[in-house]
Design a protein around this ligand. Sequence first.
Ligand code: ADP
Length: 598
Amino acid sequence: MRIATINCGSSSLKADVLDSVTGARFVRLRAERVGTDDATIRWNDAPAVPLPAKGIEHILGDLFTELFERGGSVQAVGHRVVHGGERFVRPTLIDDAVAEAIESLIPLAPLHNPANHAGIVAARAALPSVPHVAVFDTAFHGTLPTRAKHYAIAPDLLPNARRFGFHGTSHGYVARVAATALGAPLESLRLITCHLGSGASVCAVEYGRSVETSMGMTPLEGLVMGTRSGDLDPGLVLELVRQGRDVDAVDTLLNRKSGLAGVSGTSGDMRDIEAKAAKGDERCRLALKLFAHRLRKYIGAYAATMGGVDAIVFTAGIGQNSPGLRHRVAQRLDFLGAHLDEDRNRDAKVDAAAPVFDISGTNARVKLLVVATDEARAIAEHAAAVAQEADAVQAPKTIPIAVSARHIHLTQDAVEALFGPGHTLTPRNELSQPGQFACEETLTVIGPKRSLERVRVLGPTRPKNQIEVSRTDEFWLGVDAPVRRSGDVANSPGVTLEGPAGSLTLSEGLICAARHIHMTPADAEAFGVKNGDLVEVRVDSNGRDLTFGDVLIRVSPKYALEMHVDTDEANAAELSRRDEGLLIPTEGTARLTRLERR
Ligand code: ADP
């Protein structure tokens, strides 16, 4: 889908039009120092040009109109919203009520939400015909457990005080990218993601869910940042007040004049600090030490919080570009099983085309990864998923469902062993998937407890033997077989097959087939899904309505549109022949949407 993403700050605007699946950029807009005499704007790679010194709310309408014109047929707009409060824990389709609710959250994020809200109002006015989706920085941390959410103060002292966490869109995105690079489902991994930009935070992502993060009720808590102090003794704040500073002065001190900037006496830009530290500047050296020490402390704590860690991810401006900082942080992580390959660390480069670089030493138990974050792409993915879901509600898409009885796929060698040398399968009737047929041949499947007789063989022959049965069949046979996608028979249980010319004991091949939908690439495009996605399918049946989750999408030009379930599944939903199901699409980000629904 072609998505516009909008990140509207109080004095800056970042907007992109991109493809939510490939990440390809069509338009890029950057406006900076808006409202001042130095305001500039850049379209794509053109040089920055001056912008009239009007407040941001006065220029948004024109800018968005131009953005949508340049962007072509934008199908949905994703808005970054910093604070979602208690209410918004997932990306949300914006209607008038949602826009009002976002406005009502301004007291929680007085610096950010007003501009986010102004962006929503102006963009909805400029392009009212497409869905607008709010993507919240806090949402990914909606899964924080109670013990991580609360401060140790009396509950009635500040009833709304709790830890929210920020940078969630980035933490969630790099966690997904890292899992893909590690070749493991996110739901099986414990990750520590370190988003180190001018604002910085770290997140413990346990099996896909944020369970701890360093920013709290506000973005001031946690790591040492460009200009923010991060953690400090609340007694220190009291002392600043006792010395006569008012609340705004303390706010400015801790949010704008502390952190790397305050310690080093620079603007807080890591490049300057590293350059000066290399020349011997003691304050810059101290700033680097504090930054690295604080982060290492959090990494150790989060490994303990999750009871272990599989990978540590460095991302954002500093995380992606500073080998020196990564080196400092990783120095004492050997005890966790993480150690750095110094050469790879120095050479690490990531970008949109190659977003992951492994900097771990050989045989490291815990991977150290540099991952390019891409918040616009993450927002586009979320916006596309929500827009398509909304679309699906309006325009239901039905899929014919076929019930697969138990059956057997054989190799040519097995055919000959069971039916005699030189035997070839005899087609009996064609099946709905082109080229597939049921055969005259049947076999007896012999399990440890009992046997199943006259089990139909399907043709043509395949590279591997595979016997697909239902759970009920497994109980009957006395074998516990895994739910697998077709063709994935490694380490599944074996059984004995008995045919007219002999029997064959297989070491593997018995599976309970994962429910799936066959479709062509054109179908996949129409449904907004891709090969390997997991979707949900709703079946309205007489008195036994059921929504099937974990339905695997299988795309090939050779397929015909059809969902396959086994006899147990069909009975559970009271399916009759020729029933249809309703696809509830979750886009190419099926797993992501499912996770965030938990
Ligand atoms: P944000 O989006 O929060 O403003 P970024 O993710 O752009 O932040 O990160 C900005 C930080 O990244 C700055 O401290 C900057 O100095 C640092 N940075 C960028 N490039 C490098 C580099 N090559 N080496 C060290 N630090 C870098």
